[in-house]
Design a protein around this ligand. Structure first.
Ligand code: ATP
Length: 455
């Protein structure tokens, strides 16, 4: 296990993740993905889109707006119930998630508690709480803080209380009828979406794990009532398998069922990852019943139903949801790929063992020397490979140092152009993990690398 600090400083130093508006002192709970981070991020999204949409004939995609009619959030229950309990240190002004303070001492608070009930539990355990840098007796009485982020967009049209979406799936529910009517789908079918979500998290912490602006990859699978259990099991399996295919270690993944369910849920489980700060939710699998479609029908009068030809009846489908935050996935992938290795000569190397399909740069092209026509030949090879892979050209410094740099950012293949290349049109291909080197003809290079990636 690596510490979170190691990963944060690595991510910054190597251009993966920067603090938002750093030159202004930063903005809590928002991060910017740098030149290498954005490539890894895109590859993670592409992998999800391929698995969940492109390779399935029963799931279609959607890209709904971040801003929606404010009544959507009333119907979904977010304006009334989407809140976390917060307590403030009377001496320092520091804010804490009151339920997290309880969790830290092994007391779990029920999400459905009223404020009075929650305060009672809080008082009962107050003296044992361990708020960092604050005496528990100085903590003020907890209050519920709504997590929806408000915006003034649409003020000219007299819209008040407009929100940035707190989750992407509401965009799927409100487009259910449009998608169904235009795509002529048959149950069971899914609608998938990748997009930003915003939450006014009280104490964003743990780097990319809990941020105020983040991206979700969500899929809502619409099924007949009574069939949701079967699909719940199936998507739990599919998602676990996908996470392992991304390189997450099996022993760093586990399933934890929710102790208590929100009133409309039939089942809910978290796929947890073992982060440097412990086991935490990476992805949620939820059986939401017909709650969401029914709520939007209630608030709009629009019938969100499916005509079942088998029974000649209109039915309201039930929903099995898979929901993952990309920031949490990015952090988990980085954590499990990062390794510090001792080499036979006693030196150390940092190596990011990313799956080749995820690596920000797939191939590094390196002329052995910066002279004698080697850079020109290497540039030719760069141009040949660039339409097929993400390629980086690097001619500065000793070759050993350049190999170390490519290892550290997870580049799986380094192509070295040397003096023999000028004679026999072949290059050395070095593998990141094994550090083995093979001679490959330039004419076979593209196919060889493609094969290696698939393998
Ligand atoms: P938590 O209990 O950790 O706050 P949650 O139960 O509120 O999470 P959901 O509402 O189920 O999370 O959201 C679905 C997914 O979105 C989560 O599994 C997580 O991957 C991601 N997610 C939720 N909140 C955040 C956040 N503040 N920052 C980054 N990702 C998030």
């Amino acid at each position: 296990m690596h510490t979170l600090e190691t990963l944060v400083s690595f991510a910054k130093k190597r251009g993966f993740v920067f603090l938002s508006s750093e030159i202004y002192g930063g903005f809590g709970g928002v991060y910017d993905y740098g030149p290498l981070g954005v490539e890894l991020l895109r590859n993670l999204k592409q992998d999800w889109w391929n698995t969940m949409v492109r390779m399935r004939s029963d799931i279609v995609g959607l890209d709904a707006g971040i801003v929606m009619h404010p009544k959507v959030w009333k119907a979904s229950g977010h304006t009334d119930g989407f809140s976390d309990p917060v307590t403030v240190c009377g001496k320092t002004g520091k804010r804490f998630r009151a339920d997290h303070l309880l969790e830290d001492i092994g007391v779990s608070a029920d999400e459905r508690m009223t404020l009075e009930e929650f305060r009672e539990v809080f008082e009962k355990h107050r003296s044992n709480l361990k708020p960092e840098g604050c005496d528990p007796n100085d903590l003020e009485e907890p209050e519920f803080q709504n997590l929806l982020v408000t915006s003034n967009i649409g003020a000219a049209d007299n819209f008040e209380d407009v929100y940035l979406r707190g989750e992407t799936c509401q965009g799927i529910y409100v487009n259910f009828k449009q998608v169904l009517d235009t795509m002529h789908l048959k149950l069971p079918f899914g609608i998938a979406q990748i997009g930003k979500a915003f939450r006014n998290e009280i104490s964003p912490r743990q780097f990319l794990f809990r941020t105020r602006e983040f991206e979700q990859m969500e899929m809502q699978y619409f099924v007949r009532e009574g069939e949701s259990g079967k699909f719940f099991e199936e998507f739990r399996r599919i998602r676990l398998e996908s996470l392992q295919n991304l390189g997450l270690q099996k022993e760093h993944l586990r399933i934890t069922p929710h102790e208590r369910l929100v009133f409309y849920a039939r089942a809910a489980e978290d796929i947890e990852h073992k982060y440097p700060f412990g086991w935490k939710e990476l992805e949620g699998i939820h059986d939401r019943g017909d709650y969401d479609l029914m709520q939007h029908t209630k608030h709009t009068g629009e019938k969100l139903v499916y005509f079942d030809q088998d029974t000649d009846k209109h039915i309201v489908p039930h929903v099995v949801e898979t929901s993952i935050g990309i920031g949490r996935l990015f952090l988990a992938v980085l954590h499990d790929a990062y390794a510090v290795e001792e080499l036979p000569d006693g030196s150390e190397r940092v190596v990011l063992r990313l799956r080749p399909s995820l690596a920000p740069i797939t191939v590094a092209v390196l002329p052995l020397m910066k002279k004698d026509g080697l850079p020109e030949k290497a540039r030719e090879i760069y141009t040949m490979l660039a339409p097929h892979f993400s390629v980086h050209y690097d001619e500065t410094g000793a070759i050993g140092k350049r190999y170390r740099r490519t290892d550290e950012i997870g580049t799986p293949f380094a192509v070295t152009v040397d003096y023999d290349t000028l004679k026999d049109d072949s290059v050395t291909v070095r593998q990141r993990d094994s550090m083995k080197q093979n001679r490959v003809a330039i004419s076979a290079l593209t196919d060889t690398i493609k094969k290696e990636i698939r393998g």
